[in-house]
Ligand binder design. Structure first.
Ligand SMILES: [Zn+2]
Length: 511
């Protein structure tokens, strides 16, 4: 055998594409020529593969060896091609079965000692292989659990190149090695965050249920200690379970970000809360050599929470505009582009002023009117335009605390709230069937003001007055209409009444 072929996977964004890896042995001076990878990775991959093969006791043939990876136009980065290069080279030298490696997709980085290192992005890679028709995928032992989340594909885990060679019929004695593992990371259990822990702020809790039901973005304004973070962290719990495709997407993004992926596919929506000092790349994705998804992509399918939103750099916040609009983000670089999902529900939190005390009962605010205006003014513009719900939250007083700690204090649990949300979403799905929309927050205002959906003048009177008096802009008017439909859906009403419109208007009174 002089030419051997196998397959690997190149990731572009979340899409995994098949790469053909071809090894050829010919007469000539001994050497190892690798083509089809970007320049910088070439030398590194070649050195790793050669050292790994030698150190696992199955050295590459000492003849002229050429490995080609195609299509050449496909952008390939990272070290996950090592295993495919190594087995192709071994097969070209007749050290393993060329027929055996032909039908297997290989993913894995080699250590110099010949052991396989776990790689990021295993889930989207194996998904890509399965979608391209592969039936068997060989991965590092530490990636087996994650790879096995993909249905209908056989996953073979190997600890070393020697194990891989033996599996492919190589005549080597098995040699036990300690498989490399990933460092364990603790995941926060969403089940521990119940809405019933929230004391007081009933209006904010109801506002969050409306937000979860209609998919509305939301802003909370209140002093430090009012529980804004506590509330936001409970929003994912109110959202329905993800379907299988959404769940695979969420876990694929985690995998690509180097985050742990559970052995059971999580159906719960993600929650991301980047710090206000974060860069644009950290928020929306980017990077130079290796492009990584940002927080907005890790939050896709769930909630993106920006605490102390006015403290984020204006340019960083501005980067959210396009992904919120389109539901995806495209990062362009000279050497390629990546598209990632960005369909998240946005929750912003802000103090009412730089000192945080404006409007609170117990402490006096030390900021000037100018400072206050400028502070929240940082949130104005295109971003705030997309936020339907604006809520005030306040610190609870002792009376509320007493009431809440008594039996039947009136708190609603996450499970109760989620079942209301699911019912309200069912009503929306039926109403918008056959349209491009699924949730009220996605429906253009013009649609809600026309045809059969137009509300009776008597029901929108309070809104019309606010519009005429200048208290509400036309965009604001449409936002209240959207909210009114969601409030009505939560109430199991056919269409919004005057009361639902009034309740919706109250959800926009923070600023
Ligand atoms: Zn202040």
């Amino acid at each position: 055998m002089s030419v051997a072929r196998t397959q690997a996977i190149a990731l572009q964004g979340l899409h995994g594409a098949i790469v053909e890896v071809e090894a050829d042995i010919s007469d000539g001076l001994p050497g190892f020529l690798l083509i089809g990878l970007p320049d910088a990775s070439l030398g590194e991959a070649r050195d790793r593969v050669r050292a790994a093969a030698a150190n696992s006791g199955c050295p590459l043939p000492s003849r002229k060896l050429t490995v080609n990876m195609s299509p050449a136009s496909l952008r390939k980065h990272g070290s996950s091609f090592d295993l495919s290069i190594a087995v192709a080279a071994l097969a070209a030298g007749d050290l393993v079965s060329a027929a055996s490696i032909r039908s297997v997709v290989h993913i894995g980085e080699l250590g110099l000692d010949g052991r396989l290192r776990p790689v990021d992005g295993i889930l989207p890679s194996v998904l890509g292989a399965a979608r391209a028709g592969a039936t068997t995928v060989m991965v590092p032992s530490a990636n087996v659990d994650e790879a096995s989340l993909v249905p209908d594909v056989r996953v073979v885990g190997v600890a070393s190149l020697r194990d891989a060679a033996i599996w492919h019929g190589g005549d080597f004695e098995p040699e036990a090695v300690e498989a490399l593992t990933r460092p364990a990371t603790e995941a926060v259990d969403e089940a521990d965050l119940d809405l019933a822990d929230v004391i007081g702020n009933r209006a904010a809790v109801e506002g969050m249920i409306v937000a979860a039901s209609g998919g509305h973005h939301m802003l909370m304004v209140g002093p430090p200690g009012a529980g804004k973070t506590m509330l936001a962290a409970r929003l994912p719990g109110l959202l329905p379970d993800l379907d299988i495709d959404q769940a695979l997407e969420v876990s694929s993004v985690r995998s690509l970000s180097g985050l742990p992926v559970q052995a059971l596919l999580s159906r719960r929506p993600p929650f991301e809360s980047p710090h206000h000092s974060c860069s644009a790349a950290a928020l929306v994705g980017g990077g130079h050599a290796i492009m990584r998804p940002g927080a907005v992509t890790r939050a896709s399918g769930g909630v993106l929470f920006l605490d102390e939103a006015p403290e984020f750099a204006a340019a960083v916040l501005d980067g959210l505009r396009q992904p919120l609009e389109s539901g995806s983000i495209v990062i362009q670089r000279t050497h390629g582009s990546a598209t990632w999902p960005a369909r998240c529900q946005l929750v912003l939190a802000a103090n009412p002023c730089p000192c945080g005390e404006y409007g609170s009962r117990d402490v006096a605010c030390s900021c000037s009117p100018f400072q206050r205006r400028r502070y929240l003014g940082k949130l104005s513009g295109p971003l705030i335009d997309r936020i339907d719900i604006q809520l005030r939250v306040s610190r609870i007083d002792s009376a509320q605390f007493r009431q809440a700690t008594e039996p039947l204090g009136g708190q609603i649990t996450t499970a109760e709230a989620r079942s209301r949300v699911v019912a309200a979403r069912d009503r929306q799905r039926r109403r918008w069937e056959g349209t491009p929309w699924r949730l009220n927050s996605e429906v253009p205002g013009s649609r809600l003001r026309s045809g059969d959906l137009r509300l009776a003048t008597a029901d929108t009177e309070v809104l019309d007055r606010a519009l005429e008096g200048g208290a509400l802009t036309m965009r604001g008017y449409d936002r209240v209409l959207r909210l009114a439909w969601t409030v009505a859906d939560l109430d199991a009403a056919e269409r919004p009444t005057r009361e639902h419109v009034g309740a919706a208007l109250a959800l926009r009174r923070a600023l």
